[in-house]
Each structure stands twice: as C-alpha cells, then as structure tokens.
Design a protein around this ligand. Structure first.
Ligand code: G1P
Length: 298
C-alpha cells in the first residue's frame, strides 16, 4: 500500500437475503429461511453478529418479496419491551432491545432473483466509495478472529479485494466459485482467475470461495457490465474475474469451521455444533444421544 493511502477499516456489511429457500420447503413456505432459528436466534442474526464483531456498524440487507419479517426483526419493538419490563423481565427486554442497536440497518430491494452479482449491484448506493464486506448468511463461520476480520488482515497487508477460501473435495468443486491462484505466503494467495461452478475436470484448483468477501467499490463497474453466466444468472464470480484486470484480488484460507446452512444436512450439523459450544446445551445433546443408544440398542 502506498504510504500516502489512508487505510480505513470496512464499516458496511452486505447480506443478500432475497433467495427463495426452496431447499427448505415446506418450512420456508411462509417464513424466510434467514428467519429460521439456529438454536436461539434466526440464522441472519448469527451473520449480523459476525459483521458487528468484525467492526461493521452498517448492515445492508438485499431483500426480496416475502422478506418483510427480516426488516421487522431488526426494528425496535417498543411495545413488547415495555410489556416485558412491566412484568419484571428486564433482562429479556434488554436482549430484545440489543437487536436493533446492533448496527444501522439499510434495505435494498432485489425485485427478481437474478443471481448473486445482481444482488450485490442492488446494494451499490450504500457502498459506492468504500471497501465493504459481503456475507452469505447460509455459511455460518465459527472462527476467532472472525472470518471477515481474517480477510481484513490480508487487505491491510496487500491492499485489494480479498476472498475467503476452503480446499474442497474434487467432487464438490462444481458447487462453488473456484480460483486459480498463486500462494504468496502460507494460506494467502494472489488470484489469477476465477470460474463459477466448473465441471470437476475443468476446475483450475480445489480452492473454493466461501460466503465471505471483502470487495473494492470498483466491483460495481464490473457488475454493471456483466453478462449472464453459469445457471443463466449474473455471477459475482465473473465480475471479480473482470475486476482482476483492473486491480489485484487476494484470497485466504480461513482458519475456523464453516457450517453450510444452505442444505438440511448442514443445518442439522450447525445446530449440533452450536449446541456443543454451549456448556448447558452440550450436556443435553450428549445425554439425548446416550438415551437414544440405550433405547434403540445402537
Ligand atoms: C455462491 C457463489 C459461489 C460461492 C458460494 C459460496 O454460490 O456464486 O461462487 O462459492 O456462493 O457459498 P451459491 O451457493 O449461491 O450457488
């Protein structure tokens, strides 16, 4: 980074939440998937907690039809909290109040689900001039420091957009954006190219992009020039490939655990892992497993 350039930490986190959640039907027929609880709070709340823990003070939700409950969840509930206080439940009222105080919330609207690239473009007016974080709430990241903070550390050192990577099995490359990259220090890469959901035999590596990004505001210019890509959608991966021609893009293998709440199996695993993290819940889970084994001779 040039000595003159002033380093500013990101303050805005963008969450695309306009998806239809079809993999979770019928549960998501009338509730957005992002509002389904993972232990004691909706999935989206876990993502917002990570953004706040990473230093973000502004949250932008790119919402769509039927997602009004997400907006309501992050609004104050003065009637509810007044009632709770009247009934002597101040602690519960404080917990409810802490939600709207987490950050400054903004909403962009994506009228049609035209892809992740299109969703990010919808958030442009909130992040035009600054680097911003992009968090896909399906990926629940358990990491200390947070996954987003790990990307920030790379940006601070190298100055550029940063992607979050995991090495996946060969049979899984077709589910992700895959990078072609050169390792510049252990676990940190300079990206040479990217391809969205390649066939196994065409993938340039097994380094897959996970749902955390730190993006330069220059990405918007490239998003505007996008053509439809994989699956007929406007792909963020293609816009990042185009951004590469203008400025460097880096990537890092995050240190931590990812729980893929985009599929039922991952959601179940996430529930178990989150419960095991909590001392009281851990006992309940382990006892339930023991009781099950005893009852079924497993
Ligand atoms: C999106 C991105 C993909 C990335 C993935 C991470 O795909 O397009 O590049 O690897 O998120 O979860 P989606 O899961 O929306 O199909």
């Amino acid at each position: 980074m040039s000595a003159a350039a002033e380093y500013k930490k990101i303050r805005t986190a963008v969450f695309p939440v306009a998806g239809l959640g079809t993999r979770f039907l019928p549960a998501t027929k009338d509730i957005p998937k992002e509002m389904m609880p993972l232990i004691d709070r909706p999935l989206i709340h876990h993502g917002v907690d990570e953004a706040v823990a990473s230093g973000c003070s502004r949250v932008v939700f790119v919402t769509g039809q039927g997602k009004e409950s997400i907006c309501r969840y992050f609004e104050p509930s003065f009637e509810l909290t007044a009632l709770l206080r009247e009934r002597g439940k101040a602690e519960l009222a404080d917990a409810v109040d802490s939600i709207y105080r987490l950050a400054e919330f903004h909403y962009a609207y994506q009228a049609k689900p035209l892809g992740l690239g299109h969703a990010v473009l919808c958030a442009e007016e909130f992040c035009r001039d600054e680097y911003f974080g992009l968090l896909l709430p399906d990926d629940v990241m358990i990491a200390e420091p947070t996954a987003l903070s790990q990307l920030e550390a790379v940006r601070e050192k190298y100055d550029g957009s940063v992607l979050c990577l995991e090495e996946v099995a060969p049979e899984d490359v077709s589910r992700y954006g895959i990078v072609d990259a050169e390792e510049i220090e252990p676990g940190v890469y300079r990206v040479r190219g990217l391809v969205e959901k390649p066939k196994r035999e065409e993938a340039p590596s097994r380094l897959a992009i996970m749902g955390r990004y730190l993006l330069s505001p220059k990405i918007f210019k490239h998003l505007k020039n996008l053509k439809r890509g994989a699956g007929g959608e406007y792909q963020l991966t293609d816009a990042i490939a185009s951004l590469l021609e203008e400025e460097p893009v880096y990537a890092t293998i995050y240190k931590g655990q990812r729980l893929d709440c985009g599929v039922k199996e991952g959601w179940i695993a996430a529930t178990v892992v989150k419960a095991l993290e909590d001392e009281k819940l851990r006992e309940i889970v382990l006892k339930a497993v023991e009781d099950f084994k005893a009852a079924h001779g497993a």
